[in-house]
Design a protein around this ligand. Structure first.
Ligand SMILES: Nc1ncnc2c1ncn2[C@@H]1O[C@H](COP(=O)(O)OP(=O)(O)OP(=O)(O)O)[C@@H](O)[C@H]1O
Ligand SMILES: [Mg+2]
Length: 553
């Protein structure tokens, strides 16, 4: 701040001096106004202003004083013609000296010879008594309205006439108010910038709260919490243990953690630990030497080596046999492993993300899972809630999959309202994967642009109507693609509170009727035969269920 130049305007006073004083005053004011309005760097603009006053009006020294916000001590903040030491010495309290007085009263002071003035303190000691001749001194307030923000001073060595002194005072008063405007503007801009910054932070916070990680959908509070956990753990190398039922998205979250960290450009290697017997699993993980075991005809790199620098995803970690658990523990503790058939430790740099649907705590208690390994893996546990516990995600997920499969299969299919109601009602024991499969099947099979409730698989329709006892109709047929849901008892909690039996039967009747009619080509007599009803009954029930032949207009 101060004299350090910016290579600004440097007028030769000799050139300006030959102008008439009024012209010089106007030129100086004009120049200062330009400087103060042309930059956002206030300190620099103030320095240039002072030098402009020197150049245009021939002042020997000029300065701007401002009170310290905390101590109220008035300091020389910007200066031209003073040394750094002189500036440092110029500090006043409110009311002290000429500067303090100007600050206190808000009125200008103009002295033809400051050294004759008793209140002049010569704090800068720039005016040693030895100096011959008078020293005119001007001190004007920097004001906004009635508020004094600071003081502008100017000195001139040598005799000045009253007229010239008045001219100087006039000019400085104008410059003082211009500086006041600039300070005010600057403060307002600063406040706006602060406000802008605050709003931006606020905005980023809400974005973070409601974001979706790439293609991962989840509006429920519980999924938002999962996303927040992903964001905070991703950048570290900490081991993460993902827990949750089948199809809840464990692998997808594991990939998101890998993607969100600093290892995104390194490999992500997934190993399903349940799929292989002990020896093969170990060779899969750590690799083997040729001849390490029967069938090991060639040397093989393990998945840990493949994942080097990246992430290894150990899926179904609960299924790892105890001897392999020991080796995995060693990787976690020492960050080294040995290939099968070798006893040379190989260092590894991989992030480990494990996942399981198993009750590891129970396994630890039962001795089938090592406790030490459990603690090593369970550094950061992330729980993926079952879909039935976050129903508000069902529709956004359905929409997400519809969009995707419509695109993939070149279709444009939507679900009817009652179909969506069924999806909301269903228990989704296969979680998101089951919903994903259902939507794909519906899109592929759809013959019309709208998929209605009756077009959905029977298992879903029946399940949604089944009371807790499961005594109506047939139990839901397990979906071939979803072994997990088949293993579960049919959704004990599926029917909404008090969904009446009649409604269920009505829906079954309608379905039966519609099925018969469509296979009978909507010929009532033929449908009646299929159903073992009279044609009159068929006609009556068609009316009751608002069914009519699509061939009839
Ligand atoms: N929140 C979600 N948003 C979008 N797609 C999801 C979401 N959750 C799961 N999926 C999709 O559901 C399917 C199952 O997810 P994933 O394979 O990650 O589950 P999982 O927990 O590993 O299941 P499993 O235990 O059966 O291996 C995947 O195709 C995945 O893309
Ligand atoms: Mg999985």
């Amino acid at each position: 701040m101060g004299e350090e130049g910016d290579g600004g305007l440097r007028y030769n006073p000799r050139v300006t001096n030959h102008r008439s004083p009024e012209k010089a005053e106007i030129a100086a004011i004009h120049e200062v106004a330009k400087i103060l309005t042309s930059t956002q760097n206030l300190d620099r603009a103030l320095g240039t202003t002072l030098r402009t006053l020197q150049s245009f009006l021939g002042f020997d020294r000029t300065a701007i004083f401002r009170p310290d916000e905390a101590t109220r001590e008035i300091r020389m903040e910007v200066a031209a013609g003073y040394t750094a030491e002189q500036r440092e010495r110029s500090r006043y309290v409110w009311g002290e000296g000429i500067v303090g007085k100007t600050m206190k009263t808000g009125s200008p002071i103009a002295l033809p010879d400051v050294r004759k003035e008793p209140s002049f303190l010569d704090k800068t000691r720039a005016h040693g008594k030895s100096l011959d001749g008078p020293l005119s001194y001007l001190s004007v307030p920097i004001k906004i309205g009635s508020e004094t923000l600071g003081v502008l001073t100017a000195e001139r060595i040598g005799r000045v006439g009253t007229q010239a002194l008045e001219g100087d005072a006039r000019t400085l008063a104008v410059v003082g108010s211009l500086i006041g405007q600039a300070l005010k503007l600057h403060k307002a801009i600063q406040r706006l910038q602060e406000e802008f910054q605050r709003q931006r932070q606020e905005f980023e916070k809400t974005i973070r709260k409601t974001y979706r990680i790439e293609n991962i959908v989840g509006q429920s509070k519980r999924m938002q919490e999962v996303f927040a956990a992903v964001t905070s753990v991703a950048p570290s190398r900490a081991t993460v243990l993902l827990r949750g039922e089948s199809g809840t998205g464990k692998e997808m979250i594991a990939r998101a953690i890998h993607q969100g960290g600093g290892r995104a450009d390194r490999p992500f290697v997934a190993v399903n630990c349940a799929a292989l017997p002990e020896t093969l699993l170990e060779s899969e993980l750590f690799g083997h030497k040729r001849g390490a075991f029967t069938g090991a005809v060639e040397e093989r790199k393990g998945r840990f080596e493949e994942a080097s620098g990246g992430t290894i995803f150990l899926d179904e970690v609960g299924d790892i046999p105890l001897p392999t658990q020991v080796k995995l523990l060693r990787v976690l503790q020492e960050r080294t492993f040995e290939r099968l058939g070798e006893n040379r430790p190989v260092p590894v740099d991989v992030r480990i993300i494990a996942a399981t649907n198993a009750d590891l705590e129970k396994m630890v208690a039962g001795g089938t899972f090592r406790e030490d390994l459990y603690y090593r893996l369970n550094v950061i546990p992330v729980f993926l809630p079952p879909l039935r516990d976050r129903k508000e995600d069902i529709l956004p997920l359905t929409e997400h999959f519809l969009e995707r499969f419509n695109r993939e299969h070149g279709k444009s299919v939507a679900f009817s309202k009652d179909a969506l109601d069924l999806l909301l009602e269903y228990r989704w024991t296969g979680n998101v994967r089951e919903l994903e499969n259902l939507v794909e099947r519906a899109v592929v099979m759809a013959k019309a642009p709208v998929v209605r409730a009756q077009d959905l698989p029977r298992a879903i329709r029946v399940a949604a109507f089944l009371p807790a006892t499961g005594s109506y109709g047939q139990p839901p047929a397990p979906q071939a693609s979803d072994a997990a849901s088949a293993a579960e008892p049919p959704h004990p909690a599926a029917p909404r509170e008090g969904r009446p039996r009649v409604e269920f039967l009505k829906a079954m009747e309608r379905e039966e009727l519609q099925g018969a009619l469509s296979s009978a080509g909507w010929v009532i007599a033929r449908a009646a035969k299929i159903l073992g009803w009279t044609p009159r009954q068929v006609a009556y029930k068609m009316k009751k269920h608002a069914l009519s032949s699509p061939w009839k207009k």
